[in-house]
Unconditional design. Structure first.
Length: 95
């Protein structure tokens, strides 16, 4: 699939509190969760109205041996803000 400018890619590692910034985490620790699932990211993105599309057979380029999948969402705000909002919703849904 060619990357479209109106979509953002959200990898689970972006929100994983067990990963360091060097390993790919983009969210601050207070908005991160331990081992987020694709389904959790999809539900959070749906709550934000971002029309998520799950691609389960994809691997994050920095850890190509670990097929974790990814979620494509609509670009409606800066990526960093969307990642923080998704992290907050996942934390709220887990508690």
């Amino acid at each position: 699939m060619l990357r479209k400018r109106d979509k953002l890619v959200i990898w689970p590692v972006y929100l994983d509190t067990t990963k360091s910034r060097g390993e790919g985490r983009l969210a601050p620790k207070k908005h991160s969760v331990k081992e987020p699932a694709l389904k959790e990211i999809q539900i959070a993105a749906s709550e934000l109205g971002l029309n998520p599309v799950v691609e389960a057979g994809k691997a994050y380029p920095k850890s190509w041996w670990n097929v974790s999948g990814r979620v494509l969402i609509d670009r409606k705000a800066p990526k960093s803000r969307i990642i923080q909002q998704i992290g907050k919703i996942i934390k709220k849904n887990r508690s």
